[in-house]
Design a binder for this molecule. Sequence first.
Ligand code: URA
Length: 165
Amino acid sequence: RTQTVFGVGDRQAEWFVVGEAPGEQEDKRGEPFVGRAGQLLDSMLRALGLSRETVYIANVLKSRPPGNRDPKPHEVEACLPYLQRQIALVRPKLILCVGRIAAQNLLGTEAALAKLRGQVHVLPPFGIPVIVTYHPAYLLRSPGEKRKAWADLLRAREVLRGHGA
Ligand code: URA
């Protein structure tokens, strides 16, 4: 890694986005989601009337895994306390987890993404609702899934407004 990539955004944000790990661009710039996937994330946020400045964005891993490989369990173990502390300090009203790796590690489950989507999880010990959706890098490869991602985002907004299931 070149540097740690800690997080960006409003420290009093209502929305907290959790991704997997920094990629090459993020490692260079020291900021999460600044590459192509980040541009799509920005558009998704914009469609909800949000921006990088009004939400908080962080990853499970704070350092780029070599060649963007999946995080190793000991890497997750080393980084997760930082994410937990970020969540504790920001105290968002809603957490949006993008992708399987982020969701599984934050929620402590091995369930498939298809199972994790479409329900409202609650993150202990904070009691914060968590919505899981596709990773924007996946949506770049499979644009046909964007409709489902949009449905997830609308559900997240409903939950935040207190009308969600
Ligand atoms: N993918 C992620 O999960 N996080 C980033 O910061 C960039 C790409």
